[in-house]
Design a protein. Structure first.
Length: 309
């Protein structure tokens, strides 16, 4: 019970969930996001990634490049705006009879994706997050910028044999804090990403090579521990940067609020075409239970899933 009374806890807490306004330095450029990176794995997510890239091109006009990082060949993608570049990676997924090989592969591609950008200000967004405005973020070294979610990431280890839990979780702080970085929208400088990605990949592989396959492998548990280990400051950009569409307006015809910068989720994708036609159109998205039904399936469930779900 005294774990969080020590100096390490106080140190991490002082560098965690910092209000963005406290990190802005007068005299420096107001915005340094120049690349948007969109990880996408699997043929069934190609159209989603294309739509995400189209939104970034249309609404985040100051970007120098938009990079889709995928396991699919570039020839499988339709014609996209000039700023969009396709990078194909082929990392090894889990072997044997692991139940979540596709999700495991998709997470690995995500962890490798930021370093595929060519500029120094890199924002990585999930392929189901559409930019409705240009994100204005003043990036500093050894900071990561995101929005935050509620829920202790260490709960992912509930029920596991304590003897197999990697030591870096036992000695960590951020996985035990209720407010945690939301991995769907992450911005950092190139130098910071060069520090983050190798350790994030190592923690991810180690975690899900050890733990049982009774849940989909998440990238956010190793992310929390990795930020601890590297002593990275985590900055809260607020809810408008990563606005949960299905949770907020799912099931009810609604207009997206003008304050939204990054709209996370929202299915079916055809509704987003109405937004491209006019941001003032009412959109009818599915409720918040939809995502887990169709995006966190085992490989076997995915094979038998109804495409119309």
């Amino acid at each position: 019970m005294f774990k969080f009374l020590n100096s390490k806890y106080r140190h991490i807490l002082s560098r965690h969930n910092l209000p963005y306004s406290q990190t802005v330095t007068a005299g420096l450029p107001e915005n340094s996001v120049t690349s948007v990176v969109i990880p996408s794995a699997g043929a069934d997510y190609i159209e989603e990634a294309c739509l995400c890239a189209e939104f970034a091109d249309k609404f985040a006009t100051q970007l120098q490049e938009i990079v889709i990082v995928t396991d699919q060949d570039a020839s499988q993608f339709r014609s996209l705006p000039e700023k969009v570049r396709i990078v194909t990676l082929n990392p090894e997924t889990k072997s044997g009879d692991y139940r979540y090989k596709q999700i495991y592969l998709s997470r690995l591609i995500k962890l490798m994706a930021p370093l595929q950008a060519r500029t120094d200000g890199i924002l990585m967004i999930d392929s189901d997050l559409n930019l409705l405005k240009m994100p204005e973020i003043q990036l500093h070294e050894n900071h990561i910028y995101s929005s935050f979610r509620q829920g202790k990431m260490i709960a992912k280890l509930d029920g596991c044999d304590p003897a197999i839990i990697p030591a870096y979780y036992k000695d960590s702080v951020r996985p035990y804090i209720v407010d945690h970085v939301n991995g769907a929208f992450l911005a950092a400088t190139r130098k910071t990403w060069e520090r983050l990605c190798p350790l994030w990949i190592m923690f991810f592989r180690d975690t899900w090579n050890i733990l049982p396959d009774n849940q989909p492998p998440t990238d956010q548990l190793p992310l929390a521990a990795m930020l601890d280990t590297l002593d990275i400051k985590s900055v809260n950009l607020g809810d408008w940067m990563n606005w949960p569409v299905s949770k907020k307006i799912g099931g009810t015809p609604s207009i997206i609020p003008k304050e939204v910068i990054g709209a996370h989720g929202g299915f079916p994708l055809t509704e987003w075409q109405k937004y491209l036609a006019s941001p003032d159109n009412e959109l009818l998205f599915k409720g918040q239970d939809y995502t887990r039904k169709v995006r966190y399936l085992t490989d076997a469930e995915k094979q038998t899933a109804d495409p119309a779900v």
